[in-house]
Design a protein around this ligand. Structure first.
Ligand SMILES: Nc1ncnc2c1ncn2[C@@H]1O[C@H](COP(=O)(O)OP(=O)(O)OP(=O)(O)O)[C@@H](O)[C@H]1O
Length: 660
């Protein structure tokens, strides 16, 4: 035990008193100031006697180096992924009350953190920070460290901390156990200041314990997602919403694993009937008075998919529901729910309500070639991709798909590009004339992107083509018959353009036979699927033998970002990460900085397409810097190429090679 050395003069008197109380307990003197809680008292004694911590030497918080933090995060990769939603929800409930949230691994290193960035300095100083080490051996009695030692939820309130530098904090922690019951992480909520009464934290204890259990159960469900699982509760009404017990069973009905409540039930059973074989887990039919067929038929034979069974050990009635495995174990992206769709449509989404609607409607429209389809959605949401998927899944798949970006062609050239021209039709044209894009699409699909940017005069001509199914190339005397399916796309509000007289109403109705509205990436419920899909696409586009992996910390950051440029921006970010990463593992540090700064907020950020560059001189400067390479400019400014073309049009910027 450290000697009762003189206290440094700079310690505040409250800290000096605290240190005296620690020594009093160490000397076996009970005073009204020594903690009432057994867990805390034992921990203080461990700190003095076992860890040889010197209370007169308060220790500054220790934050582990970045590389060490990465290694710790890696060890709980799967948990971090599963816990994310719980962490966000809990933090949403406590942040207004001045609390921060820490998730540590089983070594006490903070691997996930949520706190108010405005208090960054103070929080870091107090050790309420990503990478902070809360191991009891280093930090002394504290909620995380002592919870890890005793494997129990705990409040460590103000002077209950061992280290004098922590005595203004209030911390509450609960363990998160793996399916074998070993603590693998700790969930903690802490505040820099709090009322003096310890009881003020009782509610925090309930809340943090509840969320720790939910994370534990989510992890359990994820781990055993390919198994049959029974879910149980003593209340029929609660089984489906919050059945507390989970037991995973083998094909042969042997219990494989259980969550905390399930393990208690098994332990109770085994206290009465100790296992006689080396196999430590019972069969489901031993735990409950049940025929296994009654369990397996719960979903098909009952109205509410619940059946009651009596636990043999406790004689208690449990209401049981059955969770059947949904899909085979696979590290590949989840198979789209809409598996009956043609492949090119099915791969566009997994389980997002808006996307599902788009996929189903597209499926119905793919062969209805007389119905013109208008696709709307923010920039980069995949309007061209779905147009191609419509074409490829339909009966025109063996004919051309011609995509025309109306915003990218200079107004003076649109007409000749679309309709074609005869030799000598105009000065500067090719000597042999040119077959227009519309005739090129004959038999197939013409995709007119950014239709809102088509000049009014041309809208009239397009309307005529659609009505008469023929085009008149410039300089020609006879029209050319065309059989085309027309798909158009826009990110603009065409209805308001009609009101402003900028778009022909009759053309709009002709183009808008059916409308597919693509959701923004930030709103999609299947964002994880899209991230994995795009990652795989980028990896295969790069080629090579390496098989890079997207680590959970990177996925968390990608899920949290608002993606104003949608899937295109996601693709660019992943291509950047793959190009610049030095290893085969993409971590959060490989992602472009912007993905880490702009997280989703309640008020989503405006889409890139709505950003106002009208008065922004950076566009012209960047165009010059990038030698008028539009793709390079779009990349540099983080927007799509059509957005650049549109802004150029609005600002009257004409590239030097178009002048003439
Ligand atoms: N479901 C998807 N899976 C994988 N990649 C996709 C998906 N949807 C879009 N992408 C990719 O995102 C990028 C943008 O897609 P696309 O060009 O179709 O968007 P858009 O809405 O037409 O954009 P804009 O409005 O700017 O023309 C492309 O690189 C495309 O390959």
């Amino acid at each position: 035990m450290p000697t009762n050395s003189p206290l440094p003069a700079q310690l505040r008197s409250v800290q000096r008193q605290h240190i005296e109380h620690v020594f009093q307990l160490g000397e076996g003197l009970d005073s009204p100031h020594t903690p009432a809680q057994e867990m805390i008292r034992h921990s203080w004694l461990r700190c003095l006697n076992e860890y040889q911590l010197d209370p007169t030497q308060p220790r500054p918080a220790r934050v582990v180096p970045q590389q060490t933090l990465l290694e710790h995060r890696e060890s709980v990769d799967e948990l971090l992924h599963v816990a994310r939603a719980g962490v966000e929800q809990l933090y949403g409930q406590i942040s207004q009350l001045g609390y921060v949230l820490l998730l540590t691994d089983q070594r006490g290193i903070t691997v996930e953190f949520r706190g108010d960035p405005r208090q960054d300095q103070q929080l870091r100083k107090a050790g309420l920070y990503l990478g902070a080490d809360w191991d009891e051996r280093f930090a002394g009695t504290c909620a995380v460290g002592t919870c890890l030692h005793d494997r129990q939820a705990i409040i460590c309130h103000r002077q209950e901390h061992f280290d004098a530098s922590h005595i203004s904090l209030t911390c509450t922690a609960a363990p998160i156990a793996d399916p074998q019951g070993n603590v693998m992480a700790v969930l903690d909520i802490s505040a820099l200041q709090s009322p003096t009464q310890r009881e003020s934290q009782n509610f925090s204890l309930s809340l943090v314990t509840l969320y720790a259990r939910m994370i534990e159960d989510a992890y359990f469900l994820q781990r055993y997602r390919d198994c049959l699982m029974v879910r149980l509760d003593t209340s029929r009404e609660f089984v489906h919403v919050n059945g507390r017990g989970l037991i995973a069973i083998e094909e042969n009905r042997q219990v494989i694993a259980a969550n905390a409540i399930g393990r208690e039930l098994i332990a109770e059973h085994q206290r009465r009937w100790p296992p006689w074989s080396t196999n430590p887990t019972p069969m489901l039919g031993e735990l409950f008075e049940c025929e296994i067929t009654d369990v397996l038929s719960i979903n098909s034979a009952t109205d509410d998919q619940i059946r009651a069974f009596r636990a043999r050990a406790s004689n208690t009635i449990y209401f049981i529901s059955l969770l059947e495995p949904k899909r085979p174990r696979s590290s590949q992206p989840a198979k789209p729910a809409s598996a009956s769709l043609p492949e090119s449509l099915a791969r566009l989404g997994a389980d997002d309500p808006a996307m599902r609607k788009v996929q189903k409607l597209a499926e119905r429209l793919r062969n209805e070639t007389s119905v013109n389809v208008l696709i709307s959605g923010e920039t980069g949401t995949g309007k061209e991709v779905i147009a191609r998927a419509l074409h490829e899944s339909g009966n025109r798949a063996n004919y051309p798909f011609i995509a025309v970006n109306c915003a990218a062609i200079p107004e003076a050239l649109i007409e000749s590009e679309l309709f074609g021209y005869e030799p000598g039709a105009f000065t500067g044209g090719r000597a042999k004339g040119m077959r227009g894009l519309i005739p090129q699409a004959h038999g197939g699909t013409l995709f007119l992107d950014e239709i809102g940017d088509m000049p009014l005069a041309l809208q009239t001509r397009l309307l005529r083509v659609l009505a008469e199914r023929e085009v008149m190339p410039l300089g020609a005397n006879t029209p050319v018959k065309v059989d085309i399916r027309v798909i158009t796309a826009t990110h603009r509000n065409i209805e308001s353009m009609i009101q402003q007289g900028e778009f022909r109403e009759d053309l709009y109705y002709r183009l808008n036979g059916a409308q597919l509205r693509l959701p923004a990436l930030r709103e999609r419920a299947d964002k994880l699927y899209v991230i994995r899909q795009v990652f795989n696409d980028v990896v295969s586009e790069r080629g090579g033998n390496a098989s890079p992996r997207l680590r959970a910390d990177a996925i968390s950051a990608l899920l949290a970002y608002a993606w104003p440029g949608n899937i295109r921006q996601l693709k660019n970010a992943l291509a950047f990460a793959l190009a610049t990463s030095e290893s085969d593992e993409i971590t959060v540090h490989d992602l472009p900085d912007q993905c880490l700064s702009q997280r989703i907020t309640r008020q989503a950020s405006p889409p890139a397409s709505e950003m106002n560059h009208d008065t922004d001189p950076t566009l012209l400067t960047t165009l010059k810097e990038q030698h008028w390479n539009i793709s390079a400019v779009a990349r540099a400014l983080g927007v799509s190429r059509p957005t650049i073309y549109r802004q150029m049009q609005r600002q009257g910027i004409v590239p030097p090679n178009w002048q003439g």
